[in-house]
Design a binder for this molecule. Sequence first.
Ligand SMILES: [Mg+2]
Length: 438
Amino acid sequence: MRGLLPLYRGLSPLVSSPGTRAGGVGISCGFHGTRSINKAQPNFGLLFDIDGVLVRGRIPIPAAKKAFSKLVDSKGQFVVPVVFVTNAGNCLRQTKAAKLSHILGVQIEPDQVIMSHSPLRMFKKYHNKCVLVSGQGPVLEIAKNLGFNNVISIDMLRESFPLLDMVDHNRRPKLPSNPLSNLPKVEAVVLFGEPIRWETNLQLIIDVLLTDGNLSSVHQTQKMPHLPLLACNMDLMWMAEAHSPRFGHGTFLVCLENIYKKITGEDLKYEALMGKPSELTYHFAEYTIRCKAMEREWKNPITSLYAIGDNLMTDIYGANLYNRYLEERIAREDSKAVAKIATATGSTVPEVDEVENMWESEFALPSATSCKSILVCTGVYNPKAEVPSDANQCIQEMVFHGHRDFRFDPALVEPGHIVKDVLEAVEVIFEQEKFSPQ
Ligand SMILES: [Mg+2]
């Protein structure tokens, strides 16, 4: 799939320094041969979307509190590993965890919250490089929290190069001014989320890309690869309190991609795209779930994941895409086993794709073998609007709102279950897993 290429590329830095582990986690969460059976211990983990599942805008969805009362014991401790996976990105995970704790009446730890930018913790290669960040909210603080040590904001660029931001006449310098070139050369660009003044960010990001990070120089016309670009949250639109969806960061990316293409004739390339439905985000979620299970000293490997969401194109597509990866991984392992036997017996060795998934080296091998998607009807999903069953018709007639680098595939937007709300989702999962917390 086209969308995987930038992700693979993006993860190459992760394996460039073997021996380093995930940011801040510092432990390996692989399970190796532990098979003791204990009925009170779960072998599944849950991934909850937030908007449309637990809250709608700022209003809590009533079923959420009831659902979470089933997920904790009398001491308020989770009886299954739980993470929250949201494409939001304009705040710190601590802030989100505090809000969730208040809404759900359950203590949520910051490391249970996976925001669209959370996988950037793993991109250690860039943590000491000079990185330009784009978005809104406390972007510098978010970047620092993710491990970046040398960060420049768009506002800092504007102040140093006052002649570059010229769209808004009122923001043009009143007096002649010279650049204050006290900023280091930009070495990578990180797009957190939609900014407030799009024209300013679009202009300055394009300037940075066309000057190879040195805004003191003019645009370079010769063809060359642009600086590494990492983007979080590809949502074209999102549902707030208004009747119709609003522009999301995906819309901003469409603008940036098209401007770059129009000016240079070349495609804008991403080092990594993260946030749902990117597999990178689900890898990070799976890894976090393994860590949460280890913290509780649960011995059973977490083999099943359930992703509960309200959006077919992000939550369901992402969970199914990750499930497909897990299935392919098992098939790959099987074919390797066949190859080993063939070698041992001297028979013809079939060609096995030896290219390991690079993120597996960073996160340790996933213990999950499946990721099932569950769609709730409390958010953007409209149960009356049927998903077309004919794939060809679907591709021809449906406008795909996913990112340029992700291909539409009707099989990926088919939920494993459709339920009324998050409480019903938890009940269905407990029933499927024959799990009764003690
Ligand atoms: Mg949602």
